[in-house]
Ligand binder design. Sequence first.
Ligand SMILES: N[C@@H](CCC(=O)N[C@@H](CS)C(=O)NCC(=O)O)C(=O)O
Length: 254
Amino acid sequence: MSEKHLQAGDVLPPYNGKLRLFAMRFCPYAERSVLVLNAKGVEYDLVFVNLDHKPEWLFSFSPKGTVPALEYEQGKAIFDSNIINVYLDEKYPEKPLQSTDPLRRAQDKMIVENFAAAQSAFYTAAYNSQALQPNMVENYHKGLEGLQKEIEVRGTKFLHGDEAGLVDFTLWPFLERFLSLPLLGKTEFAIDSSKYALLLTYIEAMKTVPAVKSYCLAPETHAKFTESRAKGDPDYNMLDTSAVCCMRPRKKKE
Ligand SMILES: N[C@@H](CCC(=O)N[C@@H](CS)C(=O)NCC(=O)O)C(=O)O
């Protein structure tokens, strides 16, 4: 487990037999896999990497040099958050995070697909705001409205059901970051209670899920990182990650 983001020239920490997730503390895709690992209660280590000065060994786990990548056996890894998460769900079936109904699984994937335009509007607003177009703000709100409608129609606390599942953990890292946009002056991206009461109830419920709570960052923290990255000098090590409980090796559940 690394507490600072490892970079070019840094050595790979020794393998200790546990699952190991290569991540970056502020990456929403890596967060998806962290949440699934937390929800599954499996033991794992996190290794944070600096994505602007990537350690050379990252490419042996993730050929494109992206995070997350999961080392499931010494020197062997899979990459891409969705691939990793479905693998984890199937490999550790004790607490399933997907429906047994194929149609429901397809519908969950469509929710994620329909949300993609909102995610992309978020990235433009956060990192390339001069390229922001009115239709992107519209797409963002269409995405949020669609999500809120789905929560209403399903009528459960979470999209997955009474407990959060894969679909919730896939969307959450973006919702977490959306809340930082008004702090960056993007008030048109606010998730307003007059329009999004149900969505805000869902967001509050997600924050209390233990898998989420132990890794979730405040909007102010996301805004601070975004500002540093938008200036071209991402402050990867701005947090004392040793204080975040889930970054400690976790005990296996009995
Ligand atoms: N589709 C991938 C996307 C992963 C991704 O784009 N991660 C970003 C960090 S948030 C990354 O590794 N960027 C480094 C790069 O592209 O060189 C997934 O779901 O895992």
